[in-house]
Design a protein around this ligand. Structure first.
Ligand SMILES: Cc1cc2nc3c(=O)[nH]c(=O)nc-3n(C[C@H](O)[C@H](O)[C@H](O)COP(=O)(O)OP(=O)(O)OC[C@H]3O[C@@H](n4cnc5c(N)ncnc54)[C@H](O)[C@@H]3O)c2cc1C
Length: 272
């Protein structure tokens, strides 16, 4: 998983992949659009590992198109925060771009202090690529050295979510340090000098983030007293041969982040 060139080997193995396939689809033929052809289902990789698909993906760092974000923002007042300018600020905040000597234009579109490492390819361009750029240029396709910059079209080499030539997953960026973090509860309790660990009697120390590997989330537990409001108070999950329940702390919340397929699957199952 760390080695960029080996990443396809972790797809379609039951240890690291959910094993999904798309359904057979009837679609119009390219040759004759009035005729339908059967497009066979194909494997649809979804990672079953720490870091999710960021641990098995292609590491291509290309954001969405400006026009798409701006279109989302037109869907209603509450969608305004999805316009390109807001998203760009968020992209910059999470990014730690390692480009050597970035120019002013590049700096407008990139962040350099975030937790997600992004870098250019560490290999020199192959000669054949240089020829491809030349040919593309002759065809009127411009060279682009930043697919997340002012223009996203063109030909060139994209950046990667990598660090020092190795994959840099979201677990590397966000989880590794969070796992080391210890917090106290209640959070606002002042230290009392003289008590063990500097904590008052009713304050407890706990790890800020706890990961349970091989736990399979089953569904959301709703607050029975607030049935009409759909208030989530915990989750049910399968672990070590039986079903467990886990409840949130006061003012806590349940966040489902099982990916584009599994999140709706969990939610749907819960609502039915
Ligand atoms: C093969 C492949 C190549 C890709 N290439 C690129 C690329 O080059 N560039 C790019 O930007 N994007 C790429 N992507 C897409 C990108 O990786 C995903 O969009 C992104 O990782 C999605 O993040 P997520 O947190 O929404 O979900 P996921 O990464 O899918 O994370 C969901 C996590 O929840 C876990 N989970 C799901 N259901 C349950 C359950 N019931 N109980 C417990 N845990 C559960 C999963 O195991 C997983 O760890 C690629 C994706 C794949 C699969």
């Amino acid at each position: 998983m760390r080695s960029p060139c080996a990443f396809p080997s972790v797809h379609r193995t039951s240890e690291t992949d959910w094993g999904y396939s798309t359904e057979d689809q009837k679609m119009s033929s390219i040759v004759d659009p009035t005729k339908e052809v059967l497009n066979k289902g194909f494997p649809y990789a979804r990672a079953k590992v720490i870091g999710g698909c960021s641990t098995v993906n292609g590491m291509i760092y290309i954001r969405g198109q400006k026009a798409d974000y701006d279109f989302w923002a037109t869907q209603g007042p509450e969608y305004k925060i999805w316009d390109y300018d807001h998203c760009l600020e968020a992209f910059k905040a999470v990014e730690n771009n390692a480009r050597k000597s970035p120019d002013e234009e590049f700096k407008k579109y990139h962040g350099f202090n975030g937790l997600l490492n992004v870098q250019d390819s560490s290999n020199d361009n192959y000669d054949i690529l240089k020829d491809i750029y030349k040919i593309a240029n002759n065809l009127g396709i411009p060279y682009n050295n930043d697919f997340n910059g002012v223009k996203q079209n063109g030909v060139g080499e994209y950046q990667h979510t990598m660090k020092d030539g190795k994959r840099f997953s979201l677990a590397d960026g966000y989880l590794t340090d969070a796992l080391k973090k210890v917090e106290t509860y209640p959070p606002s309790k002042p230290f009392e000098i003289g008590s063990p660990h500097g904590l008052s009697d009713d304050a407890a120390k706990f790890v800020a983030v706890n990961v349970k590997s091989f736990a399979h989330m089953l569904n959301i537990i709703w607050d029975e007293e607030k049935k009409d409001e759909n208030v989530a108070i915990g989750v049910k999950y399968f672990y070590d041969g039986r079903v467990h329940e886990s409840f949130i702390a006061p003012k806590g919340e349940v966040i489902i982040c099982g990916g584009a397929i599994n999140s709706p699957q969990i939610f749907n199952k819960t609502m039915n």
